[in-house]
Design a protein. Structure first.
Length: 579
């Protein structure tokens, strides 16, 4: 019996009851003695002062009728006007009993002084509906970042006109699909490395409110005996989609001939495309809810093979499916490969996967210290160096999907805090409950999470979607003398957004790899600029591999600088952002 056959048998015999999300029902491990090491990062919510005061409307406040209301949406850090400062895109949902008139996706321009201005109407992005995921990339290589948004019942492609406005070009680009589909994860990815960004979309369930029973109308849809919305178990799963960029502003649906549509039976959510195995070609990983997650390997001939079981990322180390929600990728163990952080349902751990070469990935969750936290439904995730010490930390946001339960069982609150694990540098992580600042301990019902340096001060901040309340903008204030390096890429032979560009940075006897991705977190988009904490090191050596195959090497790059690298000309700019 092959590994796939064996694990497939385990999946078939361990499914939870219909109407529920998968959970192992595990008890958290006992917390050990705290390390006592100082943590020099503090996160505080500055959203209100920054002008981010409009709530993200998504479903009912005290109850949800359908699962569409519970999943929520993502957000993006992007520089849509090319001024060097991160702007913000926040998605929205609706309500079955009528959403407020101003429930719209929102674009905020960065004023470069810690505040933002709502430019949604001026930009032409006002839109009502149920929206979920976002990816950002220059699909037509004109030098301006475009926006693709998934949702129900249709998705949207916005072309950036370069003058602060956007145009809906979904139909003329060939991206309108037949019928109603619930698009969730999405990512721009140049899978064939021809210099044009293709588009991958994961879909969740076949959602039809005329067929799915509402909350309270099905005996099997309950949590701890409390009636809740039905799904995903018991609902029909959707398949993923792949569109090839034709190079003329249009796309062709190649889901069937590429083999992508052959992967059935999973509820797809967040999508990440990156070169996990280091062969120069991107793989596509999809976090799937309550079903095996999907890992698409490109065969370099226009087709893909789904081999998540063989690669060790479809299930957890017990061979069980989990409620895959969010994804963070990064080199958390500093071995020059990309690892994966995947978040899950309450009474289960997040999963941490380390890449082991030909053996695929290994689930190292428990030995890494993450088994101490199982209390929350977890969503947007990131592997990022918050204190610039050169060791990437782990962060994720949380929030219940069942607002009805708290009234009867206060031990299952709807709003819950964020989770932060500090990298101890020895293969283990330590959860910080208060040391991360008030932005970590604050309780919200959160979903999407994007990270980036919105104030250009040399550290990583976080943008968080909170359902039915304003978002959180966690400003990171780092004290001490730790240094950093930011890398910004400009593609020429490769796609202009440099999605898929990969940097290996060596500093102080350590090494760390990062890659520019089109989506991560939970249905969200991070800062395109790759950020490396360097600890005390004043210089670093940088190696870059472009999607085109071009390799570049730079010795002794100065720290505390934003370094811009052109694919054909090398370093074209280096500027300090912080004294």
């Amino acid at each position: 019996m092959t590994r796939r056959d064996l694990l497939g048998t385990l999946v078939a015999t361990s499914l939870p009851a219909s109407g529920q999300m998968a959970s192992r029902g595990v008890t958290a491990k006992a917390r050990g003695k705290a390390s006592g090491m100082p943590f020099n990062s503090s996160l505080s919510d500055v959203a209100s002062a920054a002008g981010l005061t409009a709530p993200v409307i998504y479903g009912g406040v005290n109850s949800n009728t359908y699962i569409l209301e519970a999943i929520g949406c993502g957000a993006a850090f992007l520089d849509y006007d090319n001024d060097g400062w991160l702007d913000i895109l926040l998605l929205t949902g609706s309500r079955w009993d009528g959403a407020p008139a101003d429930a719209t996706n929102r674009l905020y321009r960065n004023n470069r002084n810690g505040t933002f201005t709502d430019v949604t109407e001026k930009a032409g992005l006002t839109r009502l509906g149920w929206f979920c995921g976002v990816t950002v990339g220059d699909y037509n290589n004109d030098g301006f970042e475009d926006i693709f948004i998934t949702g129900w019942p249709q998705n949207i492609l916005y072309r950036n006109n370069g003058d602060g406005t956007f145009t809906d070009v979904t139909r003329q680009a060939g991206l309108l699909h037949e019928g109603d589909r619930w698009g969730t994860g999405c990512t721009f990815v140049d899978f064939d490395r021809d210099g044009n960004l293709d588009l991958f979309i994961s879909n969740y369930v076949k959602f039809d409110p005329k067929v799915i029973p509402p909350t309270g109308k099905s005996n099997i849809c309950n949590f701890k005996g409390v009636p809740v919305n039905c799904g995903p178990r018991g609902l029909h799963p959707e398949t993923s989609m792949l569109y090839r960029n034709n190079g003329n502003g249009t796309f062709t649906d190649i889901s069937l001939p590429s083999g992508i549509a052959k992967a059935t039976g999973s509820y797809g959510l967040t999508t990440v495309a990156a070169d996990f195995d280091g062969d120069g070609w991107p793989e596509i990983y999809v976090a799937c809810d309550s079903t095996p997650s999907l890992f698409f390997k490109y065969n370099q001939d226009g087709t893909f093979t789904e081999n998540g079981l063989e690669m060790g990322v479809a299930l957890n180390e017990d061979g069980q499916e989990q409620a895959g929600m969010g994804l963070g990728i990064g080199d958390f163990n500093l071995n020059g490969t990309l690892g994966i952080l995947k978040t899950h349902f309450i009474e289960d751990t997040a999963a941490l996967y380390a890449y082991r070469g030909k053996r695929g990935f290994e689930d190292i969750t428990m030995r890494s210290g993450l088994g101490v936290e199982t209390r929350y439904v977890s969503w947007g995730a990131a592997i990022l160096d918050l204190d610039n010490d050169g060791y990437p930390d782990l962060f994720w946001v949380t929030g219940s999907v069942y607002p009805e339960v708290e009234k009867k069982f206060p031990e299952y609150p709807h709003r819950t805090p964020r989770v932060l694990f500090r990298n101890l540098g020895n293969g283990r992580f330590e959860e910080l409950l208060e040391e991360g600042g008030p932005g970590v301990s604050a309780a919200h019902c959160s979903r999407g999470c994007a990270f980036g340096d919105f104030d250009n001060d040399g550290d990583l901040d976080l943008l968080i979607v909170n359902l039915n309340e304003p978002p959180s903008l966690l400003r990171n204030d780092v004290k001490g003398e730790n240094r950093w390096l930011k890398l910004k890429f400009k593609g020429t032979k490769s796609n202009r957004s440099a999605i898929g560009a990969r940097a290996l940075v060596r500093y102080g006897g350590r090494q760390q790899v990062q890659e520019v991705a089109g989506q991560a977190g939970f249905l969200s988009v991070n800062d395109r600029r790759l950020h490396f904490g360097l600890g005390a090191e004043r210089t670093a050596d940088v190696e870059v591999r472009w999607p085109s195959g071009i390799l570049q090497s730079f010795k002794g790059v100065a720290s505390n600088r934003l370094v811009t690298i052109d694919e054909t000309r090398g370093i074209v700019d280096s500027q300090p952002l912080k004294p």
